[in-house]
Design a protein around this ligand. Structure first.
Ligand SMILES: [Zn+2]
Ligand SMILES: [Zn+2]
Length: 185
């Protein structure tokens, strides 16, 4: 899979699509998707199946992560094309402005982490350079300005509280999370 923007256009009607989305919601044509195994380069037809060549599990998720680490842009991917994040090595992370939605995170070996937000029909996946699991304070500072643009100062305080609360929850569930950047099974 490449992160080429043209890869996200319907070839029939030019509607914008999520990665792996089919059929096209505008023209209802089926859209074929292929990704490349990030380990061996083989073509993977179904991103949920192991790589047919080298048996890499979850090649779709791994391809998205690889694309993110090269482009840094948010990737939107059709939900039904992939296994649920927790099957692909992600941790559930409950925490938001109002504590309403569940996010998923997966720390990277080199620091930073992949952050998945779940919506009705798609996932939004982006790369956080500061891990919320390990550094909730830094994360709040890092991301508060974007939130502030929507809601003002009070929102910043709410976010900071929500993040520090969610960190307590995470600590309780996962134990201490001081091993920054290490991959857990
Ligand atoms: Zn279309
Ligand atoms: Zn492979």
């Amino acid at each position: 899979m490449t992160a080429d923007q043209s890869g996200q256009r319907c070839p029939h009607c030019d509607e914008r699509l999520y990665y792996f989305q089919s059929p096209c919601p505008a023209c209802e044509h089926r859209v074929g998707w292929e990704s490349r195994c990030v380990r061996c380069g083989a073509t993977v037809k179904d991103p949920r199946e192991h790589c047919p060549n080298c048996d890499l599990p979850q090649p779709g998720w791994r391809a998205i992560e690889h694309a993110l680490s090269t482009t840094g842009e948010t990737i939107r991917v059709a939900k039904d094309a992939l296994d649920r994040p927790m099957k692909a090595g992600y941790y559930r992370h409950i925490g938001s402005v109002k504590g309403q939605w569940a996010d998923y995170r997966r720390p990277l070996k080199g620091g930073g982490e992949i952050h998945v937000r779940s919506f009705g029909d798609h996932y939004e996946v982006h790369l956080d350079s500061v891990g919320a699991l390990d550094s909730p304070g830094k994360h709040a500072v890092w991301y508060a300005p974007r939130v502030a643009a929507d809601g003002g100062i009070q929102v910043i305080e709410t976010v900071t509280k929500a993040l520090s609360y969610s960190n307590q929850v995470v600590n309780r569930i996962l134990g201490k999370s001081e091993n920054t950047g290490s991959e857990k099974p």
